[in-house]
Design a binder for this molecule. Structure first.
Ligand code: HEC
Length: 121
């Protein structure tokens, strides 16, 4: 009788372990795209909007967020030396960023996004 109970527990643990590891694999597959979606959102929200004055504090906060996200690109993808280097280039392209030169700064950042996409996507 006891071995049946142990068998049931064993099967239960096996199923639990399998579903947990499968969902971890699925999350790893989704993370790069999720990260890029957030980066895309952050970049878009930096774009100047009509009738809304540029707020330097907001700008710095978003820049800090993008820098943080840039640090996750290599880990979220293949973690190759080339990816790390391109992610580093991207992080460097995030500065300087100021209201006075916003259009130019945003163009430079967008170019850096594309530079990586052209090679790694
Ligand atoms: C260092 C490399 C790198 C940089 C920098 C980078 N990306 Fe990406 N991006 C990728 C890779 C790799 C993919 C493909 C991810 C996948 O499909 O698994 C991707 C995919 C995307 C996608 C498509 C996501 C989807 O749902 O398929 C968007 C949107 C995107 N990036 C936006 C951006 C924006 C905006 C920036 C700059 C602010 C940026 N990326 C900077 C590497 C980069």
């Amino acid at each position: 009788m006891r071995w049946i109970a142990l068998l049931v527990v064993g099967i239960f643990m096996g199923v639990l372990g399998t579903t947990t590891s499968l969902s971890i694999v699925a999350q790893q597959k989704h993370y790069p795209r999720a990260l890029m979606t957030v980066m895309d959102y952050q970049l878009r929200s930096l774009a100047p909007r009509k009738a809304v004055a540029c707020d330097p504090e907001q700008l710095q906060a978003r820049q800090a967020r993008l820098t943080l996200l840039a640090g996750d690109i290599a880990l979220a993808t293949d973690d190759s030396a080339q990816m790390r280097s391109l992610a580093g280039d991207f992080a460097a392209a995030l500065t300087p960023l100021s209201c006075a030169s916003l259009d130019r700064d945003l163009a430079r950042i967008a170019e850096s996004c594309d530079a990586c996409h052209q090679q790694m996507r």
